[in-house]
Design a binder for this molecule. Structure first.
Ligand code: IFM
Length: 442
C-alpha cells in the first residue's frame, strides 16, 4: 500500500507529445530539411533522415507503447508540406494517412491533440518569404481549413502554433534556425503575421467545428533575476519575460501586440485562446549583458549548484513550473501542459525530473487551478532541431541504425503515474529515492 499520494482529478489527460518533422522521417519538402543539408547548421552535421520512421508506419508500434503504458492522450503534429506540397496542390493521400493515424489514436483510447504548425514550412511558402510575407495568414488559413475539414472526425483539440515565440526568436533574431536572420524587426514582423494567422485559423476552426478548443503551445521560460539589487538585471529580466512569455498570450487576450518600443493592434486576435498551452522545461537566471544585443541584453544561465541534464542543456527546476502555472492563471482559461521533459540519454535525472514536475503540477491542481493535462516530451528519442540527435528526450530510446526502441526506466515510472492518475510515495521510493524527502517531508 502506498503511504502517501498525489492524485489528479478524474479525466485528467496524460500523454506524450511529438512533432511531425521530428518523428516522421523523409520530410524533404520543408525548410528544415533544406537547412539540415547546409554545412554547419546542425550539431555534428546530423540530419533528421528517417527519424523514427512514423511515415513508414512505425507510429503504430509507438502508439501501442503509449497506450499500453496507460496514457490516455497523445499530441502530434501534421506536416503542412506533405498536405500542401505546392500552393495549388493538396495531397489527399497524406491527409488520409493522418486520418489513419488519428483513427489509430482513437482505437487505442488516446484523445488526440493536433498541432497544425510545429516549426516547419513548405519550401514553396518559405520561398515566398515565409512569415515575413503579409499574405502568409491567408495561406495558413487555407491549409488549416483543408486539414481541419479532413481530420475533424477525430480531433477537437487544436494547437495552431507550437512555440511561435521560440520560432520567431530563434529563426529571425538569434538566427540559429532557418532562415537564419538576426534582425529584431523581422522577428516582430513575423510575430505579427503569425498572430494574424492564428486569429484567422481560430475562427476558421470554430466555423468548421463548434466543439473545437483552439490555442497555441507557448514556450514558457521561468526567468529569475540574477542580482535583484541590480536595476539593470531587473530591467533585463522584466524585458525578456515580457518579450518571450507575455507578448503572445496577451495578444490573444487583448488584441494588441506590445513589442518593446512599439504596439501593434490586432483586434481580430482578441479572445482567441480557449486554453493556455504551456510548454515548460526550465528556469534561468538573467543578468544584463551588453554583449547580448541579439538576446535583449539578457545573459541567461543556470546557477552553479543546478541539477543539470545530460548535456547541460536544461536544469531541473520544478518550482519554476509552479510559478509559471500561477502566472498563466491571469488569462482565465484552462491550462494544458502541452510539453515538459528533459534530455537525458542515460535516464539518470529523468525519473526525478518527472516526479518533481508532476508534484508541482499537483500542487497547482490542489489550489484548484484549472490544469487539465500533462504531455511529456517525448515518447521516443527524436530529431532535436539544431541539436540534431545529440539530445535524447524519449521515454523510449531510439537506435537510429536499426530503428529499435528500448524502454528507459522513466517509461515505467510514467506508466505507473498514468495508470494511478497520480504519483505515490512508493513510486518515488522505487524510481527516484534521492528526492523522497523533498516530496514527502517529515
Ligand atoms: O523538441 C522540442 C520541441 O519541438 C519543442 N519544444 C521543445 C522540445 C525540446 O527541445
Amino acid at each position: 500500500m502506498p503511504s502517501a499520494s498525489f492524485h489528479f482529478p478524474k479525466g485528467f489527460l496524460w500523454g506524450t507529445a511529438t512533432a511531425a518533422h521530428q518523428v516522421e522521417g523523409n520530410n524533404s519538402n520543408n525548410q528544415w530539411w533544406d537547412w539540415e543539408q547546409q554545412e554547419g547548421r546542425i550539431l555534428q552535421g546530423h540530419k533528421s533522415g528517417l527519424a523514427c520512421d512514423w511515415w513508414g508506419g512505425r507510429w503504430k508500434e509507438d502508439l501501442d507503447r503509449a497506450a499500453e503504458s496507460g496514457q490516455n492522450a497523445h499530441r502530434l503534429s501534421v506536416e503542412w508540406s506533405r498536405i500542401q506540397p505546392a500552393p495549388d496542390r493538396w495531397d489527399e493521400d497524406a491527409l488520409e494517412r493522418y486520418r489513419l493515424m488519428l483513427r489509430g489514436l482513437r482505437e487505442r483510447g488516446l484523445t488526440a491533440m493536433v498541432t497544425l504548425h510545429h516549426f516547419t514550412n513548405p519550401l514553396w511558402f518559405e520561398e515566398m518569404g515565409g512569415w515575413e510575407n503579409d499574405e502568409s495568414p491567408v495561406f495558413f488559413e487555407k491549409f488549416v481549413r483543408k486539414t481541419v475539414e479532413a481530420l475533424k472526425e477525430y480531433c477537437t483539440l487544436w494547437v495552431t502554433f507550437n512555440e511561435p515565440n521560440g520560432y520567431a526568436g530563434l529563426s529571425y533574431a538569434v538566427g540559429v534556425w532557418p532562415p537564419g536572420k538576426k534582425d529584431f524587426n523581422a522577428s516582430f514582423h513575423v510575430t505579427t503575421n503569425m498572430v494574424r494567422a492564428h486569429a484567422a485559423a481560430y475562427r476558421a476552426i470554430h466555423t468548421i467545428q463548434l466543439e473545437a478548443r483552439v490555442g497555441i503551445a507557448l514556450y514558457y521560460r521561468e526567468l529569475a533575476c540574477a542580482h535583484p539589487t541590480s536595476p539593470l538585471d531587473r530591467w533585463a529580466t522584466r524585458n525578456l519575460h515580457h518579450t518571450l512569455n507575455a507578448i503572445w498570450p496577451r495578444a490573444l487576450k487583448y488584441g494588441v501586440l506590445e513589442f518593446p518600443l512599439k504596439r501593434v493592434r490586432v483586434p481580430e486576435a482578441a479572445q482567441t485562446q480557449d486554453y493556455f498551452g504551456f510548454n515548460y522545461y526550465s528556469r534561468y537566471q538573467v543578468a544584463f549583458d551588453l554583449r547580448k544585443a541579439g538576446e535583449m541584453f539578457a545573459r541567461q544561465f543556470f546557477p552553479p549548484e543546478a541539477d543539470l541534464s545530460g548535456t547541460g542543456f536544461l536544469a531541473n527546476e520544478p518550482d519554476g513550473m509552479f510559478s509559471g502555472l500561477k502566472w498563466a492563471l491571469q488569462f482565465n482559461v484552462p491550462i494544458l501542459v502541452t510539453e515538459n521533459g528533459v534530455e537525458d540519454a542515460e535516464d539518470k535525472m529523468r525519473p526525478r525530473y518527472i516526479a518533481q514536475h508532476i508534484h508541482q503540477m499537483w500542487r497547482a491542481v490542489n489550489f484548484n487551478w484549472p490544469v487539465k493535462s500533462y504531455f511529456h516530451w517525448s515518447l521516443v528519442d527524436n530529431f532535436e532541431w539544431e541539436r540534431g540527435w545529440t539530445q535524447r528526450f524519449g521515454l523510449w530510446e531510439l537506435d537510429l541504425d536499426t530503428q529499435a526502441r528500448r524502454k528507459r526506466p522513466s517509461a515505467n515510472l510514467y506508466a505507473e503515474i498514468c495508470k494511478e492518475n497520480g504519483l505515490t510515495s512508493e513510486m518515488v521510493t522505487n524510481y527516484c529515492p534521492e528526492v523522497y524527502d523533498k516530496l514527502f517531508p517529515g
